[in-house]
Design a protein around this ligand. Structure first.
Ligand code: PLP
Length: 403
């Protein structure tokens, strides 16, 4: 049954229960590896923290409340969640369809582990749902999409793909890390599994790494728990406890992340040295319409390309003073990265070019500092890198000097 509460209330109270021992307001941290049995075969529901732990259970109830599902299944990292998903559902000879623009680690998981084990994969442009239909083979078992996709925020019409997977009896999993259930509801749009790296907005403080899988299907959830126990990929109690606190401010934080990102995206778009800005909240974003339809807001992530050589992009990154040159996203601090040399470095230049990830692309996870201060930092970095003017303007100036 759908909850009568708004997401802001659910983030604080959803799935929460008082600790039965001392009624502490915050659920306690059960930092223990094992649990004592009352008698042989008699326990209080817990035996060993690789299988389950009360603090991890509390996090699973809280995430389930946000996703609108029974308790989610939580993992040590987002990639541990993904590995468990694929090991749970695929065997040698099976085929998976994945978004072409995708977090680099997901692609590496297939290339380095699943494909050598005999699973095949097609990486297709899922921004056109028809491409998913065309890639289906008798061996296809799962479609895995990321929307918005890392790093150029390509969107996939989740409802349109869900209609296809339902018709073909396939499972649809959506990596919703960039938006979280506060801004996009993949399961309500027809997906079977919602995948999160809780490392990002869910924790929100760059304090932990973690992941989750949520589904309405109890057999699937049971299978994920079995494979998690087998792989040993459960979330740790302390990380679960920290994430439980972070989730409480998720909707409030995301509201500000979105406001700040919109302002910064608009500023970037007005800069002569910026060739292109990727942000679903901009009218110029090719899938702006779909973003309005499918998402509650545009999110806190944006990317842009400088109208300048690769070295200038690197110089901009090296000149920022307030923004942090750091991987990851979704925390309070604004982080700036160069996907070609970090998150998508393993793919190689040719694959990156085919995916539209240029060598000069810069990605920003917009934090909660004042947007004016972030803009001032970027402006001084542009100036320091010598790209206050666009390449075209510089070429014109050089030509007039020659004349
Ligand atoms: N999914 C997306 C969209 C990501 O950006 C990341 C990490 O950056 C992951 C999954 C993997 O998550 P983790 O780093 O928690 O393993």
């Amino acid at each position: 049954m759908a909850s009568p509460h708004d997401i802001a209330t659910l983030a604080i109270h959803g799935g929460r229960s008082l600790d039965s021992h001392a009624s502490s307001l915050l659920f306690p941290l059960y930092q223990t590896g094992t649990f004592v049995h009352d008698a042989v075969g008699v326990d209080k529901g817990f035996s060993y923290s690789r299988v389950s732990n009360p603090t991890v259970d509390a996090l699973e109830r809280a995430i389930g409340a946000l996703e609108g599902t029974p308790p989610a299944v939580c993992f040590r990292t987002g990639l541990a969640a993904e590995s468990t998903l694929f090991f749970s559902l695929l065997k040698a000879g099976d085929h998976a369809i994945l978004s072409k623009v995708l977090y680099g680690g997901t692609i590496r998981l297939f290339r380095e582990i699943l494909e050598p084990f005999g699973v095949t994969a097609s990486f297709v442009d899922t921004s056109e749902a028809a491409n998913v239909q065309a890639a289906i083979t008798p061996q296809t078992r799962i479609v895995f999409i990321e929307s918005p996709a890392n790093p150029i925020l390509t969107l996939t019409d989740i409802a349109a793909v869900a209609e296809i997977t339902r018709r073909h009896g396939l499972l649809l999993a959506v990596d919703n890390t960039f938006l979280t259930p506060a801004l996009q509801r993949p399961l309500e749009l027809g997906a079977d599994i919602s995948v999160l790296s809780t490392t990002k907005y869910m924790d929100g403080h760059n304090a932990t790494v973690g992941g989750s899988l949520a589904t309405q299907n109890p057999e699937l959830a049971e299978r994920f728990r079995l494979i998690r126990k087998t792989l040993g990929s459960i979330q740790a109690p302390f990380e679960a406890w920290l994430t439980l606190q972070g989730i409480k401010t998720l909707p409030a934080r995301l509201r500000l992340h979105c406001e700040n990102a919109q302002q910064i995206a608009e500023w970037l778009e007005s800069q002569p040295s910026v060739a292109r800005v990727y942000y679903p909240g901009l009218r110029s974003f090719p899938q702006h319409e779909l973003a309005l339809r499918q998402q509650r807001a545009a999110g806190g992530m944006l990317s842009f390309e400088l109208d300048a050589p690769f070295e200038t992009a690197i110089a901009v990154l090296n000149s920022v003073q307030l923004c942090s040159r750091a991987e990851s996203l979704g925390g309070l601090e604004t982080l700036i990265t160069h996907p070609a040399s970090t998150t998508h470095a393993d793919l190689g230049a040719e694959t990156r070019a085919a995916l539209g990830i240029s060598e000069g692309l810069i990605r920003i996870s917009v934090g909660l500092e004042s947007p004016a201060d972030i803009i001032a930092d970027l402006a001084q970095a542009f100036a320091a890198a010598g790209c206050a003017l666009s390449c075209a303007q510089r070429a014109q100036e050089a030509a007039s000097e020659v004349r």
